[in-house]
Ligand binder design. Structure first.
Ligand code: SF4
Length: 230
């Protein structure tokens, strides 16, 4: 069976099921367990998810968002990517304002958020220490993103990567060479698809003004117009 056929045999649900039970990266498995037990003071009364995070969204999406990794006290706590932290706040508000989401917030798995035309994934599915996965972890986790890309291939028009690591991970998986990361950089990668890059909406970028709200919302407007103009 070739690689394409091997990955195509999975459904998005079955990939998520495999992800949730994955323990390929001992450093990350130990870390998320540790964070789930020690908790942040402000969340001490909550039960942390403390497992790898599934992707989520519209299975017929035209836009695929690829983030870096779950946040230790965000997704790793709530059990859904970009949920319960400031990056999630920025994503949910932008998705709502550009018609991709029914509510402008992302606080918990049961908050009623429904995504339309967008699917959200990440380069690695376990929260890494200091938000920094090592190369072997990126490499191990790529299998899940590749499987998702092959399944979503028939509908996806725009791939929006958040931050340099997500951009470079996507390029490596798809064997795209000589493409350079930059905020708002876009590339026609063939097959009716565009690769669009953005700074990650981490506090490090949003608190310093490296990524302003205007820059951020413009990325989503650009993504939406690209979806219908290729
Ligand atoms: S980062 Fe990915 S490959 Fe590593 S343990 Fe988590 S889910 Fe598995």
């Amino acid at each position: 069976m070739n690689l394409y056929a091997e990955h195509k045999k999975f459904s998005l649900d079955s990939i998520n099921e495999r992800v949730i039970h994955c323990s390929l990266c001992p450093r990350l498995a130990n870390y998320i367990t540790y964070v789930g037990k020690t908790k942040a003071k402000r969340f001490k009364d909550q039960n942390y998810w403390a497992k790898p995070l599934p992707s989520f969204g519209d299975v017929n999406a035209k836009l695929l968002i690829i983030g870096l990794a779950p946040a230790a006290h965000g997704g790793n706590r709530t059990g859904r990517l970009f949920t319960g932290d400031s990056s999630g706040d920025w994503i949910a508000k932008a998705l709502f304002e550009t018609g991709f989401a029914n509510i402008p917030t992302s606080n918990s798995k049961n908050d009623g958020l429904i995504l339309k035309d967008v699917y959200i994934s990440t380069a690695v599915r376990c929260a890494p220490p200091n938000n920094t996965p090592i190369s072997s972890e990126l490499s191990s986790c790529s299998q899940y993103l590749l499987s998702e890309l092959l399944i979503l291939d028939r509908t996806i028009k725009v791939i929006l990567t958040l931050g340099r690591i997500a951009f470079e991970t996507y390029c490596r998986i798809m064997d795209l060479q000589r493409l350079h990361f930059g905020h708002n950089a876009s590339y026609d990668i063939g097959d009716g698809k565009i690769l669009l890059a953005s700074y990650h909406p981490s506090r490090q970028n949003t608190n310093t003004g490296k990524l302003t709200w205007q820059m951020w919302i413009d990325i989503f407007r650009t993504a939406r117009s690209m979806m219908y103009n290729i």
